[in-house]
Design a protein around this ligand. Structure first.
Ligand code: FES
Ligand SMILES: [Fe+2]
Length: 361
């Protein structure tokens, strides 16, 4: 097995080594990550435009837990485990809809949109009071820039505290609150979830792998800034390549900003008409990941500029998927057990340190 020794340049700077590759191929590591990372961190559940009106709901899955998000008659958005308190049956089967009341398909218990029990038909008369406090179990939920986050750890730090000044940074994009969730694409990626995060956190590969990206953005002034529990990469668009030149305000002209939020969420804002995209890397097993790509614009009838932007982003994403799938083949090989970071890969160093800390290594 070949490993890197720490390498120094002439100024004495040491280049650090990456995570060992068993962390990308070992099913036990995946299981520990589900426990120690995904069940304890803020995970994107959806967007407020999915529950615009009272009665609307959607269901999702967070670290293997069925979750339901509802907007009550009091207009409050709430998150619950989508599990019946009677005998554990998954309560709501559909992905989204609008209801006045939820009914469990097993023994017919019904629940209000705020999670309180309405009726338990098999507990009547004298028995009814024994179950009257059996509500749906709530989950920690917070909303940031219209994105709905859920954390399975009841004692977690608030979202604002977790990501520090991220929300101040996002204030320069005043259009974020006006956006709606327009469409979503998923990809099954044959690679460990961390391989895609690594790929996102550096742009050394952009010149080789993303010709359309480097043709559009000013790569000479590409910045990577690591912050508390998140990092951001930023670049201005080349003056002759501004996408969507009509009626744009300054914030919309500023260029691309690509955020990563510990552990597995990426938020991208491209130059051009008010837009945002989120990418979630959801591990399916140690070597398979569900990539969820969601696009947000002001209106569901996309202009040509907006359609072009989605096509541009999708092309870059497909190029990245092919790279990480090739990388996963090498992770399994006996050729090497570790890689090395370049000096422009410091955002990966931050990510890897956080992984090692979360796994107690
Ligand atoms: S399991 Fe839901 S009503 Fe019995
Ligand atoms: Fe890439």
């Amino acid at each position: 097995m070949a490993t890197y020794n720490p390498v120094q340049n002439k100024t004495g700077k040491t280049f650090e080594r990456t995570l060992t590759y068993d962390l990308y191929t070992d099913p036990k590591v995946y299981q520990q990550e589900m426990q120690d990372i995904f069940s304890k961190t803020w995970q994107l559940a959806g967007h407020v435009s999915q529950v615009e009106k009272a009665g609307q709901f959607f269901t999702t899955d967070i670290a293997g837990e069925p979750i339901i998000i509802t907007r009550g008659r009091d207009e409050v958005i709430r998150a619950f485990y989508n599990v019946c308190p009677h005998r554990a049956t998954k309560l709501e089967k559909s992905e989204a809809g609008s209801k006045k009341i939820f009914q469990c398909g097993y023994h017919g218990w019904t629940f209000h949109l705020d999670g309180k029990l309405n009726k338990a038909p098999n507990f009547t008369g004298e028995d009814a009071h024994c179950v009257s406090d059996r509500c749906l179990r709530s989950v920690r939920m917070e909303i940031m820039e219209s994105l709905i986050f859920v954390n399975l750890n009841d004692n977690c730090k608030p979202l604002l505290e977790t990501y520090g000044d991220l929300f101040d940074r996002l204030k320069k994009f005043p259009f974020l609150g006006e956006l709606k969730r327009i469409n979503q694409k998923t990809r099954i990626i044959k690679a460990n979830w961390k391989a895609f995060i690594d790929n996102y956190l550096e742009c050394d590969h952009c010149h080789v792998a993303h010709p359309s990206f480097v043709a559009t953005l000013d790569m000479k002034n590409y910045q990577i800034i690591t912050c508390n529990n998140y990092s951001v990469q930023a670049s201005m668009v080349k003056p002759d390549k501004v996408m969507g030149t009509t009626n744009l305000n300054d914030a919309e002209m500023q260029g691309g900003e690509f955020y990563w939020l510990w552990p597995n969420l990426m938020v991208t804002i491209y130059p051009g008409p008010g837009n945002m995209a989120t990418i979630e890397m959801i591990p399916i097993d140690h070597e398979t990941t569900l990539g969820v790509y969601t696009y947000y614009f002001r209106d569901e009838n996309l202009s040509q500029e907006e359609k072009d932007l989605v096509a541009f982003a999708e092309q870059v994403r497909q190029e990245d998927v092919e790279l990480v799938e090739l990388e996963q083949i090498g992770f399994r090989s006996r050729a090497f057990n570790q890689g090395i970071y370049s000096s422009s890969e410091k955002a990966i160093v931050q990510f890897h340190e956080m992984v090692l800390e979360a796994l107690g290594r």
